[in-house]
Design a protein around this ligand. Structure first.
Ligand code: NIG
Ligand code: FE
Length: 412
């Protein structure tokens, strides 16, 4: 099946050869072809170029994209899409003055979601989660990472990871699974932290590995959650089972989590709202992708990741949603890109690079996703008629997507 898209006003993120990521000043460069064509063969990108050089093609289907922009789908490298119920009461409690920390200390927060998850059947969790997955696919997400972490028991964590696996089997976008047993200490382990670590390392990890249920291991490294020392123990154990770390660090405090992540060659370190100069220094020259989650900063009214300082220091940066019931009940990557421009002063080019190629890197998918490159997946966003791609962050509340392609087919 050959699909030809013609007269594309701007074709974004065009890379002749596959690159792993873009860093520092390169992030300002978003290679674009104006008045372009794009050829899809089955599920892959086959060819592209300027309309001036359009070859003769026997297409099964031709789409005229006059006035429209085409770009690779968003690569959302950090989500908690699988959960049960919601936490809207905590949202109202925060409006009325309680902080995220105060709510967590009263047994709300992650433990509230864990209680709900353990009380909900696997089938019901799947039904609730697939609605969110379908929503984000229609918002242009073409690859996504999903974490466990609301089970906090062997059964609960395995149940979540099986739901992620079932989503990956039933939906055509790439889905990576991350084991986040170390998301919070369950109440019955409050005074026995070593006991929960033992359960994660000696019960959960072997079972997850045996059933091939996760690609990565995650830890919420934060004051009041997992210390740097505990984080290192879990990363070490994860690596022994072949799971690379992707960790939550520096959301509220800088306690050395970035340095620990780098030491264990983490694929990504995520959140980074609170960064000191040593944290930025620690990331230089490493393979670890820093990931910012601006919708979380927006929803919790906490600082935004200092993107400008990090890019100036030559670092790469990826953007993701953090879609979860507590700190970010939104999986809209278009909003993430807009918020990164509006609040973090990223340029549209930097934000689009961060949400495509660098997002793909942060889930080990840069060979197949994140750019318009021959042989990569034909996962694309085709916009409505717009003046230029600047509209994507500028018109921050509008849905500018006309169609989404997944594996070469228009998503219905
Ligand atoms: O990435 N910070 C830790 N975990 C999630 C929020 C979890 C929750 O509140 O349910 C996050 O923000
Ligand atoms: Fe998160």
């Amino acid at each position: 099946m050959i699909t030809l898209i013609t007269n594309i006003q701007e074709l974004l993120q065009v890379r002749e050869t596959s690159i792993a990521k873009v860093s520092g000043s390169e992030m300002a460069n978003l290679p674009t072809i104006k008045n372009a064509f794009l050829v899809l063969k089955d599920n892959l990108i086959k060819d592209f170029g300027s309309m001036d050089n359009l070859p003769k093609i026997n297409a099964d289907k031709t789409i005229d994209a006059t006035g429209r922009v085409v770009l690779p789908s968003w690569c959302d490298s950090h989500t908690h899409i699988v959960y049960a119920g919601n936490r809207e009461q905590e949202f109202v409690d925060r409006i009325n003055g309680l902080s995220y920390e105060e709510i967590a200390n009263r047994g709300g927060g992650i433990l509230n979601s864990a209680k709900k998850l353990n009380e909900t059947s696997e089938e019901e969790i799947y039904e609730q989660s697939k609605i969110r997955l379908e929503e984000v696919m229609h918002l242009g997400t073409g690859a996504v990472e999903i974490k466990s972490g609301y089970g906090l028991t062997v059964d609960g964590e395995l149940k979540m990871l099986r739901v992620i696996k079932k989503l990956a089997e039933n939906y055509p976008i790439a889905i990576k699974a991350t084991f986040l047993g170390a998301h919070a200490f369950p109440l019955h382990y409050k005074d026995d932290k070593a006991g929960y670590l033992d359960e994660i390392i000696n019960e959960m990890l072997p079972e997850i590995s045996k059933n091939k249920l996760a690609d990565y291991v995650d830890v919420f490294c934060e004051s009041g959650y997992f210390s740097v020392e505990e984080t290192e123990k879990i990363m070490e154990a994860g690596l022994a089972f072949g799971l690379k770390p992707k960790i939550h660090v520096n959301q509220f405090n800088s306690i050395g989590g970035i340095q620990a992540g780098v030491k264990f060659n983490a694929l990504s370190v995520d959140h980074l709202e609170i960064m000191n100069p040593e944290d930025i220094e620690a990331l230089k020259g490493t393979e670890t992708m820093p990931v910012a989650l601006p919708s979380c900063s927006y929803f919790l009214s906490i600082p935004y990741t200092p993107a400008r300082e990090m890019i100036k220091a030559g670092l790469p940066l990826a953007l993701a949603t953090d879609f979860n019931p507590g700190s970010t009940p939104s999986g809209n990557m278009n909003f993430v890109v807009a918020t990164a421009c509006i609040k973090m002063k990223m340029t549209p080019e930097e934000a689009i690079n961060a949400a495509t190629i660098n997002g793909a890197y942060a889930m080990g998918l840069s060979e197949t996703h994140g750019s318009i490159t021959k042989g990569k997946k034909a996962n694309l966003i085709l916009t409505k008629p717009i003046s230029s791609y600047y509209q994507i962050p500028y018109a921050f509340g509008s849905n500018l997507i006309e169609s989404v392609f997944v594996e070469g087919k228009i998503l219905e």
